[in-house]
Design a protein around this ligand. Structure first.
Ligand SMILES: *[C@@H]1O[C@H](CO)[C@@H](O)[C@H](O)[C@H]1NC(C)=O
Ligand SMILES: *[C@@H]1O[C@H](CO)[C@@H](O)[C@H](O)[C@H]1NC(C)=O
Ligand SMILES: *[C@@H]1O[C@H](CO)[C@@H](O)[C@H](O)[C@H]1NC(C)=O
Length: 466
């Protein structure tokens, strides 16, 4: 009797325990199933990837083994973090503040990446300075390529540590370009590394991407160009800083090539070459509220080198100031090219101690020897409105082609005074084969502009069709 009771009790207990176990199994497997489903949604299936910080589709380089001490090579951690970021639409790769990451030449390559990726840069990334890291040379240090909707933003810094490259002469026959020699007698370089390759890399380059945003960051001491866009569409750059010494050679601030619909604004750039350089294949470019200087100015070109065809159209630069610069707004083309630059508006440009604020040079010749040619990149419909401030050499210089003169140049509200802070040379405005119209009186008076159209108009009609 007693044993029966115990037996029944035991059976009851077993049943209860079984049921409890059973239901918990059920809920466990349900959770597991949900988790599995959720993880699949996030596509972070890689077993090796750290799970701790992935909850919001964020991939922090520190979780991939980056040291961030400025000495250890963090390239692999960046590559691994990118590999996971790339797989997840709308994800964020985090380069956190408070650390300095040494990263070798790297490609954030995306033909197979998801779209809408953010590269959140709050820390500092530095480039290696030893020659082994650069091998036989690369076009760029950091590359983002073939991405759809890619953003780099944050308060972080990209530092090319370029001084080791700056006086690294390409060859024994290296001759400083005309611009280099006029703006600097000696490069302020602490150290140089003769074993570095002659190909100086661009610090940050975007290639073949649509919907690119660069915001907030600082790019400094680049080996060569700081920020380049090549074959990109729908680009936005704002609130960035570019910082390099005035005598660092070829350190363009922002370089645009074969890119359309580009908006650049609210940024400060100081560098050793063009503040912004607009090259072949660019159209619908809108630039405003920049502060440039020192720099070589905002330049369209040099276009048409080695007989090439170049097309640039619809460029607006406005509400921008330039200090201590070679030029403010410039168009430069080589002899012998074809194609055209047209529909350009430079307005509300404030200059201070700029050598030659307004310039068109169709005899551009950087280094080497150039001879005159019958063909040229045609320059037309270039408008200058409200350009004010001080110059140190020449207020305006229009050197246009003999065979294809510049046409449709307009000057409206120009007030350029000799600088009193520097020993200004004060040449008067220069024009050659420059046709256009004065919309207002100018200071100084520009009497050299030809009115109407040139007599041999249309000579370039075949080659200027862009
Ligand atoms: C994740 O998202 C939540 C809700 O949007 C937010 O509160 C939290 O700060 C985010 N965590 C990280 C690490 O970004
Ligand atoms: C010129 O470029 C601007 C800025 O990208 C754009 O808004 C505008 O539509 C373009 N104009 C023409 C005629 O294409
Ligand atoms: C090219 O032509 C321009 C304008 O006619 C002239 O001033 C210049 O001296 C020529 N340059 C050469 C190298 O012939």
């Amino acid at each position: 009797m007693k044993s029966m009771k115990i037996c029944t009790f035991t059976t009851l207990m077993i049943v209860i325990v079984f049921c409890v176990l059973c239901s918990s199994f059920e809920s466990c497997s349900a959770i597991r199933g949900y988790n599995h489903h959720f993880r699949k949604l996030k596509a972070t299936s890689s077993a090796a990837s750290p799970s701790s910080s992935n909850d919001n589709n964020t991939f922090n380089v520190l979780d991939y083994g980056a040291k961030g001490d400025g000495k250890a090579d963090d390239t692999k951690a960046f590559e691994d973090a990118w590999a996971d970021t790339c797989k997840t639409e709308g994800s964020t790769m985090i380069v956190p503040s408070g650390s300095e990451f040494l990263v070798k030449p790297i490609s954030f390559s995306g033909p197979n990446c998801e779209q809408n990726i953010v590269f959140q840069l709050d820390g500092k990334i530095i480039a290696p300075t030893d020659s082994e890291s650069w091998g036989s040379g690369t076009l760029q240090w950091m590359e983002f390529t073939k991405l759809n909707k890619i953003t780099i933003k944050g308060k972080g810094v990209i530092d090319g540590q370029g001084s080791v490259w700056w006086n690294n002469n390409d060859s024994p026959t290296y001759i400083p370009t005309e611009e280099e020699s006029t703006t600097s007698s000696q490069y302020s370089v602490q150290a140089s590394n003769e074993n570095l390759p002659s190909q100086k890399p661009t610090a940050l380059r975007f290639y073949g991407s649509d919907g690119v945003t660069v915001a907030g960051i600082t790019i400094q001491n680049s080996q060569q160009t700081h920020l380049k866009f090549d074959s990109c569409t729908n680009v936005q750059v704002f609130d960035i800083n570019v910082l390099s010494p005035a005598d660092s050679p070829n350190t363009d601030g922002i370089h645009l090539q074969n890119s359309q619909t580009v908006l650049i604004y609210s940024s400060t750039l100081a560098c050793g070459d063009d503040c912004v350089s607009i090259q072949n294949g660019c159209s619908n470019i809108f630039i405003h509220d920049l502060s440039c200087g020192p720099s070589h100015g905002i330049s369209i070109g040099g276009l048409g080198k080695d007989g090439t065809k170049a097309c640039v159209s619809n460029v607006t630069v406005r509400d921008t100031s330039l200090q201590n610069s070679l030029t403010a707004v410039r168009i430069k083309t080589w002899q012998g090219g074809s194609g055209s630059v047209q529909d350009v508006m430079f307005s509300n440009i404030q200059v201070s101690d700029v050598e030659t604020p307004i310039m068109i040079d169709q005899y551009y010749c950087d280094g080497g020897k150039c001879k005159n040619d019958t063909s040229s990149v045609a320059v037309s419909a270039i408008h200058y409105v409200n350009i004010k401030g001080t110059y140190t050499k020449e207020p305006l210089h229009f050197a246009c082609s003999d065979n294809i003169p510049c046409t449709g140049l307009t000057l409206d509200t120009i007030n350029l005074q000799e600088s009193t802070t520097q020993n200004a040379k004060s040449d008067s405005p220069f024009c050659w084969q420059a046709y256009g119209e004065l919309k207002t009186k100018t200071v100084p008076p520009v009497t050299c502009l030809d009115s109407g159209n040139p007599p041999n108009k249309g000579i370039n009609s075949n080659s200027d069709s862009c």
